[in-house]
Design a protein around this ligand. Structure first.
Ligand code: UDP
Length: 240
């Protein structure tokens, strides 16, 4: 059963569970934020869509033997997860140039990265999540060199799985952000969410942006777009 509120973030509320102290409930909110919270809005139904999309993606990753914090979707807006202590790093994997890397390094949008580029950002709102290197990560977090190597390997393996998953839904995976957490025994597992809020997805046929960029750039309906992603995942991928 849902217990007391542990934490409220920009996209989710985190609750204790009354029956098992190692498990948490994540409740997805309808709020949308971009540019580290500088642009905000609310979209009825967004919480449901991101909860259901993330649940499908994590179930798929489990089938591919990737361990995550995810246990199950409980209802439209909530999912049960194993409690982890989040490592304050955003691990971004880029297959093609879009977003901040185009501005930061003057790389033209759509440029392919083979092999994919991995970037680390320090999760710290007050600092606007700055780009950091590995040595900063050892200083700023408790991860070891070996663990960072593991995180990067996982990120690249997850990239391959997600590329396949989204390709079968007619979508090209441009880039995405991952967060990892530690279980009580210290093991590092994939945590947080994987949704159109945290991935860039372009329609393979039309090249149309089908992710949070519709909100960031005011180029379409966020709800219609996310609904389409969920439908395509349901129709093409997870029909078992
Ligand atoms: N991203 C995210 N949360 C963040 C920052 C980025 O989920 O706080 C995702 C973003 O949706 C994109 C990828 O990480 O899929 C790379 O984002 P980028 O660095 O280009 O930053 P942005 O353009 O979002 O400012």
């Amino acid at each position: 059963m849902k217990g007391s509120l542990l934490y409220e973030g920009k996209a989710k509320r985190v609750y204790h569970t009354t029956d098992n102290s190692d498990r948490l409930i994540l409740a997805y909110k309808d709020d949308a934020t971009a540019f580290n919270g500088k642009k905000k809005d609310e979209f009825t139904g967004k919480g449901r869509l991101n909860n259901l999309i993330t649940s499908k993606v994590f179930e798929y990753l489990h089938q591919q033997n990737i361990t995550t914090h995810f246990i199950e979707a409980l209802n439209d807006k909530e999912q049960l997860v194993n409690q982890t202590t989040i490592i304050p790093l955003e691990v971004v994997v880029r297959n093609k140039a879009a977003g901040s890397i185009t501005r930061r390094l003057g790389i033209q949008e759509k440029t392919s990265f083979i092999p994919p580029i991995i970037e680390l950002f320090y999760k710290k709102d007050e600092l606007d999540d700055p780009l950091i290197n590995d040595i900063h990560a050892y200083y700023l977090t408790d991860i070891t060199e070996q663990e960072l190597t593991f995180i990067k390997q996982q990120a690249l393996a997850i990239n391959e799985h997600l590329k396949n998953l989204f390709r079968s839904a007619g979508l090209e995976l441009i880039d995405f952000k991952l967060e990892f957490g530690r279980l009580p025994d210290g093991t590092i597992v994939l945590s947080d969410e994987i949704s159109p809020d945290t991935c860039r997805l372009w329609d393979i046929e039309t090249g149309k942006k089908m992710d949070k960029d519709v909100f960031r750039e005011d180029i379409g309906s966020l709800i219609d777009t996310y609904e389409m992603i969920l439908q395509r995942l349901e129709e093409n991928v997870c029909a078992k």
